[in-house]
Design a protein around this ligand. Structure first.
Ligand code: LLP
Length: 415
């Protein structure tokens, strides 16, 4: 369910015509629907009723301050993976006691900043990280609340680039070494063991891998408690997928919630969750304009738009599918085209062999489901200023990140 719908043939975001937005802010631009984001935020939380839980939004998926602030108001905490994300989370008004710090490598200054802020928990991913965090905490004469991220070795059946709990993955501590790693954590000065964590991957389509991981984590938690560790929290990570329109729809938040509640209820701990994509993906689109059409070898048709892989990397990096639609009333007929950007890379293809209504120069299009890991992964490659971001609420809208300028491109550089 999202608020990018057609009215009298024209695509709107809530009550704002996208064509009007394109005139006002230019293209390419990321456009977010506040109503969609809030709806998802609420659906996710209500799906987990029955558990004592805290939802920590994965900042990496959509780090804009305005979006983070909306989630703060909905009672969300944050899952961060860098000092920069800590800065964003606190700038957005996030409560440090609702922040978990994930990631396979944290610098000492990032650990120190998170200790100063007073975050809820560090999710440590190796023995060496425990030792480093211990040193930083001792130096600061404080105690770091820690959980170990365990690799539960379940196959999330997702794209290999975003599966994180395979035996070959860099993430987490292998299950076989977990008890020993907890003994180490308990013995190190400046650390207080408080939790256990996992995250098995992203864009996961069905509930089975989550249930499998929850079962393994439940067992582990009871073992760790029996070993004498006072585990207060179980962090199950994020990862539930969203429909991109190129296959069967993933499990719904309701099904996910029911499965998790069943697998985890009765455990005497607080459950942490780190959803990212699920909340924001369908709340955002990338709005772009057709520059021209051209014909290639053997009649292959290209539609060149003003958004490119630097603006939305997912198709180039994961061969991800994003639905493309004209903003104006779709012309009659359909043709098979490659939708490409202007970047000088063969990988700069946003849609391959896609059946679309005829498009021509000047037409506006949207790429749907771009709210998560869209702007978040945008770059200035080819010296392309990053897009503007716009937040729509009913009939009104505002720019929540200005389009970058050429000056922004050279900021900090000297000749
Ligand atoms: N927690 C941790 C520790 C994570 O590494 C991630 C995502 C999440 C939570 C949030 O997962 P989500 O609910 O969004 O699936 N750039 C890729 C996705 C990379 C995901 C990285 N980790 C994409 O565009 O598909």
């Amino acid at each position: 369910m999202n608020h990018f719908q057609r009215k009298r043939g024209q695509l709107y975001c809530e009550d704002v015509p996208l064509a009007e937005l394109a005139e006002e802010v230019g293209t390419p631009a990321y456009v977010y629907s506040q109503a969609t984001l809030l709806r998802h935020a609420r659906v996710f939380k209500s799906a987990l009723r029955g558990l004592d839980f805290l939802a920590c939004f994965a900042v990496k998926s959509a780090p804009n301050l305005a979006l983070l602030r909306l989630l703060v108001a909905e009672g969300y905490g944050f899952d961060i993976v860098s000092g920069g994300e800590l800065f964003r989370a606190t700038e957005a008004g996030g409560d440090a006691r609702r922040i978990v710090f994930s990631g396979v490598g944290k610098r000492a200054d990032e650990m120190a900043a998170a200790l100063d802020a007073g975050i809820l928990q560090f999710n440590c991913e190796s023995e060496e990280e425990l030792e480093q965090l211990s040193r930083v905490a001792v130096r600061k004469k404080t105690t770091a609340p820690v959980a170990l991220r365990v690799n539960p070795e379940v196959d999330a059946r997702t794209h290999p680039y975003i599966a994180t709990a395979l035996a070959s993955s860099k993430f987490g501590v292998p299950a076989a070494r977990v008890r020993k790693a907890y003994r180490l954590a308990a013995s190190l000065p400046g650390l207080r063991v408080e939790g256990v964590a996992c995250h098995i991957g992203s864009q996961i389509a069905n509930t089975k891998p989550f249930v499998e991981a929850a079962g393994k984590m439940r067992e582990l938690l009871l073992i760790l408690r029996a070993d004498g560790h006072e585990i207060l929290r179980l962090d199950m990570g994020g990862g539930l997928g969203v429909p991109y329109g190129d296959g069967p729809a993933p499990a719904s938040p309701k099904q996910y919630g029911e499965a998790l509640v069943r697998a985890l209820e009765g455990l005497p701990v607080k459950i942490l969750l780190e959803p990212g994509r699920l909340l924001v993906a369908n709340a955002g689109v990338l709005l772009s304009r057709v520059l021209l059409t051209k014909e290639g070898h053997r009649g292959r048709k290209f539609v060149v738009i003003d958004a490119a892989m630097n603006d939305l990397l997912r198709p180039a990096l994961y061969e991800a599918f994003h639905e493309i639609e004209p903003v104006g009333r779709p012309r009659r007929g359909a043709e098979r085209v490659d939708v490409v950007g202007p970047v000088c890379e063969s990988a700069d293809v946003l849609a391959k062999r896609r059946r679309l209504p005829p498009l021509s120069s000047g037409d506006l299009v949207i790429l749907r489901t771009a709210g998560a890991y869209g702007m978040a992964m945008a770059s200035q490659y080819n010296a392309r200023p990053r897009p503007a971001e716009v937040l729509v609420e009913g009939r009104s809208w505002r720019i929540i990140r200005a389009r970058e300028t050429y000056r922004d491109l050279i900021r900090g550089e000297t000749t």
